[in-house]
Design a protein around this ligand. Structure first.
Ligand SMILES: [Cu+2]
Length: 300
């Protein structure tokens, strides 16, 4: 039930944690259509073509909103065999982000191994289009990010307006996070995002953040058009219990949604921001690759 149709595909690489983590950017066609509920997209990774691929199936299919849906994720090696061994990353073999294409709904979950595939039960809050971003590590190759798209049947409760830049201070789950950036964030440049975490009630810096999946914080970043995904982990040397920072490169100018995830008192808190990234400085524009994308491909 999963015809794979590689459409326009681009690969981007961003700096994370001083290590270059591979990030694939896949442009799925926007055409809503009859046919399968899940569109599987494949990456083409420059010269490296022997990469694992992933597929998504849902039960039921198409998936309905408002009731549990089982997601099955199958990773295949380059010979097509399902279930190759994956390198755990941040304590999990697979990370899955479920994000509505209007970027309002976000879930970061960890499917469990089930034979030669992974499974996860999820309830989509409402109907519409969702990205399923699958993040895993191929032994010897590093991080692979596949983006799939799924259509969920059911009513759409809110029609979102266009994404807008958010205030630099956001609150959720009893935490208040303030982004302190030096100067303008620009496309193509490494930027250190520095956040101060405070108790939302008292306003005092928090001293009791707990590691979440092996990092002080996780940051998931998706461009407004869903093309560019960045998964960044907090830098260790943020300088203080209430400070978290991360290094990221935003490939293109425009708006990006960032979900910061921190753990406190055993609870994971997700705090969203919308950042505006300015145009690249003239001197730092790198030559675009043949696909017109912004390719900055290096290995650590
Ligand atoms: Cu994860």
């Amino acid at each position: 039930m999963i015809p794979t149709r590689a459409r326009h595909t681009r690969v981007l690489t961003v700096l994370a944690l001083l290590v270059v983590a591979g990030v694939s950017s896949v442009l799925a066609g926007c055409s809503r259509s009859e046919g399968p509920a899940v569109t599987t997209t494949r990456r083409i990774h420059h010269e490296e073509r022997r990469l694992y691929t992933s597929e998504v199936q849902t039960s039921p299919s198409p998936p309905p909103a408002g009731q549990p849906v089982t997601l099955y994720l199958t990773v295949r090696d380059d010979s097509g065999r399902a279930g190759p061994e994956l390198m755990p990353s941040h304590e999990r073999p697979m990370h899955l982000l479920i994000i509505s294409t209007d970027l309002r709904h976000f879930a970061h979950v960890h499917p469990a191994a089930d034979g030669d595939r992974f499974r996860f039960e999820h309830t989509f809050e409402e109907g519409g289009e969702y990205f399923l971003v699958v993040d895993y590590q191929q032994p010897g190759r590093g991080q692979i990010v596949d983006r799939h798209r799924v259509h969920v049947e059911g009513a759409v409760h809110v029609t979102a307006g266009p994404l807008q830049e958010s205030p630099r201070q956001q609150r959720a789950g009893g935490l208040e996070l303030t982004l302190r950036s030096e100067g303008e964030l620009r496309a193509g440049e490494g930027a250190t995002l520095r956040f101060d975490a405070a108790d939302a009630e008292t306003g005092l810096p928090v001293a009791d953040l707990e590691p979440y999946l092996g990092a002080k914080a996780h940051f998931m970043v998706l461009s407004a058009d869903g093309e560019d995904f960045v998964h960044v982990h907090a830098l260790d040397d943020a300088g203080g219990a209430s400070k978290v920072s991360a290094h990221a490169v935003f490939p293109r100018p425009g708006l990006y949604k960032l979900w910061a995830q921190l753990q406190r008192r055993g609870v994971v808190v997700t705090i969203p921001f919308v950042l505006r990234i300015g145009p690249a400085r003239a001197a730092s524009i790198s030559a675009p690759d043949s696909s017109g994308g912004h390719s900055q491909h290096q290995h650590h």
